[in-house]
Design a protein around this ligand. Structure first.
Ligand SMILES: Cc1cc2nc3c(=O)[nH]c(=O)nc-3n(C[C@H](O)[C@H](O)[C@H](O)COP(=O)(O)OP(=O)(O)OC[C@H]3O[C@@H](n4cnc5c(N)ncnc54)[C@H](O)[C@@H]3O)c2cc1C
Length: 481
C-alpha cells in the first residue's frame, strides 16, 4: 500500500491527483492537501474581471468531486515537509495548517508539490487589491472586485468623465504577461460594448523588452502566409484597439491613482490612472523542509525564490550558454526520489527571455511562464511516473520537458458570440531550442497565430470542457490537457 500526497488542488495538482487515482488500485491512497475548498479554472478569471462571469462560474467545490473519485481531501495549507520523518518516526510527512490554526500531519510515500505561486503584491509598495491601490485577476475574489470597480468607472464615463486605465505587470520580475494581455484586450472590448470607449485612455505597462515577449523570449508566428514576430502581432492588436504601451518597465511604487516606474535605460517616470489591474510577481509559497533532527533543510529542496528544485541543470551560466537541455524532464527532486514538483511549483533553471538590468541594477525582464497546458501535462506525467514506481520501476518513466512540448494558448480578446475575438497561438517548443531550430529556436511549422471569432468560440468550449474534466465526469481522461 502506498500513500500519494498532492499539495495543491490547482490545474497541476488536481490533474496529478486525478491521474494517480485512475492509475492506482484501491489499496493505495491519494490525498490532496489544499487551503481552499474550491478548484478554480484560473484562465476564466479574466471574464470575471470584466463582469461577464461570476466567481461561482469559474470554481467548483472540491469535496464532492474527491469523494466520488476516492481521493482524500484535507483542507489545509502545507507548511513543512519532513522528508526523513522526525525523532519519533522514519515515515516522511507533511505538516499542514488548517484555517483555525491547528496543525495536522499527513504521512506520505510519494509527494507531489503543486502549490503554484505565492502572489507577492508586497514586493511593490502600494500594489494589490488588499493593501494597495490596484486590482488583480489572480483569484476569483480579486477578479470580482476588479469587475465591480470597472462597473463604477463605466458609470462615471457615462456621466461624462474621462477615465484612465493602466493594465499590465506590477514589478520588473513578473511573469504571466499573457494573462494581463488578455485582460487589457477584454477590458477594451467591454468598454466598446458598453458604449464608453471614447471616454477611456488605456495603457499597457510591462517588463517585456518587446511587446509579445510573454516571458518566452517572443516568437515568430506564421500567419496568413507571413512570418510575424510576436512584437509586431501585439503592436498591431494594440494599435487597432487604440491601446498605448510602456515596455521595459519596473513598477517600483504605487500611490492612489499613480504608478511610479523605472525603465531599462534608468529613466524614472510615473503614470496616472483611475483604474489599474497589475499582476504581482510570483514566488514559491514558502514551504519549509525539516530534517529528522528538526534542523531546517529548505535550501536543499528549494531554490531561493521558494520554488522546488527538480531534475534541471541549475548551474549558473551566462545567457549565451542557456540550453533547452537545462530544463527538467521528470520533475523529481534530486535529493528525494519520492518527491516531485509540478506546475508553477518547480524551479525553472533560468528565465527564457533574455535577462536585462537597468543602470541602477534593477532586473527588468519577465520570469518564465508555466501556463495551464504544461502545468497539467507535468501533473499527468508525474502521476504516471509515481504509478510506475509503485509498480516496481526504479526511476520515473514519464517525461514532460517544456523544451520538448508545445503549448496552445487561446487569448480572449473580447467575449461576445457574434463580435468577440480571441488570439489563438501555438508554439513548439515552449522553451526555444536553438540546437534543433537554429534560426528562431522553434519549429515554425508548429508555431502560428491567428485572431478571429472562431478563437472566441474555442475559448468558450475550452472553458466548459476543462470544467467538465475538472469535475472528473465520465470520459474526463479523453479530454486533452
Ligand atoms: C488571470 C490568469 C489567467 C490565466 N490564463 C491562462 C490561459 O488562458 N491559459 C493558460 O494556459 N494559462 C493561463 N494562466 C496560467 C495558469 O492559470 C497557470 O499556469 C496554472 O494555474 C498553474 O497551475 P498550478 O497548479 O501550478 O498552480 P495553481 O493553479 O495556482 O494551483 C495552486 C494550488 O495550490 C494551492 N496552494 C497554495 N498554497 C498551498 C499550500 N501551502 N499548501 C497546499 N496547497 C497550496 C492553491 O490554493 C491552488 O489550489 C493564467 C493565469 C492567471 C493568473
Amino acid at each position: 500500500m502506498s500513500r500519494i500526497v498532492v499539495l495543491g488542488a490547482g490545474i497541476s495538482g488536481h490533474t496529478a491527483a486525478a491521474f494517480a487515482r485512475s492509475r492506482l488500485g484501491g489499496e493505495h491512497t491519494v490525498t490532496v492537501i489544499s487551503p481552499r475548498p474550491d478548484y478554480n479554472w484560473v484562465p476564466s478569471n479574466i471574464w470575471v474581471g470584466v463582469g461577464l462571469m461570476t466567481p461561482a462560474q469559474v470554481t467548483l467545490p472540491l469535496a464532492p468531486i474527491y469523494e466520488r473519485a476516492g481521493i482524500e481531501f484535507v483542507q489545509a495549507a502545507a507548511r513543512e515537509i519532513h522528508p526523513d520523518g522526525d525523532a519519533d518516526t522514519t515515515t516522511p510527512y507533511v505538516s499542514a495548517e488548517r484555517a483555525d490554526g491547528s496543525r495536522t500531519r499527513i504521512p506520505y510515500d510519494f509527494l507531489i508539490n503543486a502549490t503554484g505561486p505565492a502572489l507577492r503584491f508586497d514586493k511593490t509598495e502600494g500594489l494589490g487589491p488588499d493593501a494597495g491601490h490596484t486590482h488583480s485577476v489572480c483569484l476569483p475574489d480579486h477578479a470580482a472586485r476588479a469587475a465591480a470597480a470597472l462597473a463604477e468607472e463605466v458609470e462615471r464615463m457615462r456621466g461624462g468623465q474621462r477615465r484612465r486605465f493602466l493594465v499590465g505587470v506590477g514589478h520588473g520580475t513578473c511573469t504571466c504577461e499573457g494573462a494581463a494581455f488578455e485582460y487589457i484586450v477584454n477590458l477594451e472590448f467591454e468598454l466598446r460594448a458598453r458604449g464608453v470607449r471614447d471616454m477611456a485612455e488605456i495603457t499597457w505597462i510591462t517588463n517585456e523588452y518587446e511587446l509579445g515577449d510573454f516571458g518566452m523570449g517572443g516568437m515568430h508566428l506564421r500567419r496568413g502566409g507571413y512570418m510575424i514576430p510576436s512584437s509586431v502581432f501585439n503592436a498591431s492588436l494594440f494599435a487597432e484597439r487604440g491601446i498605448d504601451w510602456i515596455t521595459r518597465a519596473h513598477v517600483s511604487r504605487i500611490e492612489a491613482g499613480c504608478a511610479h516606474y523605472e525603465t531599462l535605460d534608468g529613466h524614472e517616470d510615473q503614470h496616472e490612472f483611475d483604474f489599474a489591474m497589475l499582476l504581482p510577481p510570483f514566488t514559491g509559497v514558502g514551504l519549509q523542509a525539516i530534517d529528522r533532527d528538526g534542523a531546517e533543510i529548505t535550501e536543499r529542496l528549494f531554490a531561493p525564490n521558494g520554488f522546488m528544485r527538480v531534475d534541471a541543470d541549475y548551474t549558473a551560466k551566462p545567457y549565451e550558454e542557456w540550453a533547452a537541455g537545462d530544463w527538467p524532464r521528470t520533475y523529481q527532486s534530486p535529493h528525494y526520489s519520492n518527491i516531485f514538483a509540478a506546475g508553477i511549483a518547480f524551479a525553472p533553471p533560468h528565465p527564457i527571455s533574455a535577462p536585462h538590468k537597468s543602470p541602477n541594477g534593477t532586473p527588468i525582464a519577465p520570469a518564465p511562464p508555466r501556463t495551464g497546458m504544461p502545468s497539467a501535462m507535468i501533473g499527468k506525467a508525474v502521476a504516471g511516473s509515481i504509478a510506475d514506481m509503485i509498480g516496481g520501476s526504479p526511476s520515473p518513466t514519464h517525461t514532460a520537458s517544456m523544451a520538448e512540448m508545445g503549448a496552445a494558448c487561446v487569448a480572449s480578446a473580447g467575449a461576445n458570440p457574434f463580435t468577440g475575438t480571441a488570439a489563438s497561438m501555438t508554439v513548439y517548443p515552449i522553451v526555444p531550442d536553438y540546437h534543433r531550430y537554429p534560426r528562431y529556436g522553434r519549429d515554425q511549422s508548429r508555431t502560428f497565430g491567428e485572431i478571429g471569432l472562431a478563437g472566441h468560440w474555442i475559448k468558450i468550449v475550452l472553458h466548459h470542457l476543462f470544467l467538465y474534466k475538472a469535475r472528473l465526469r465520465p470520459g474526463w481522461r479523453l479530454i486533452p490537457e
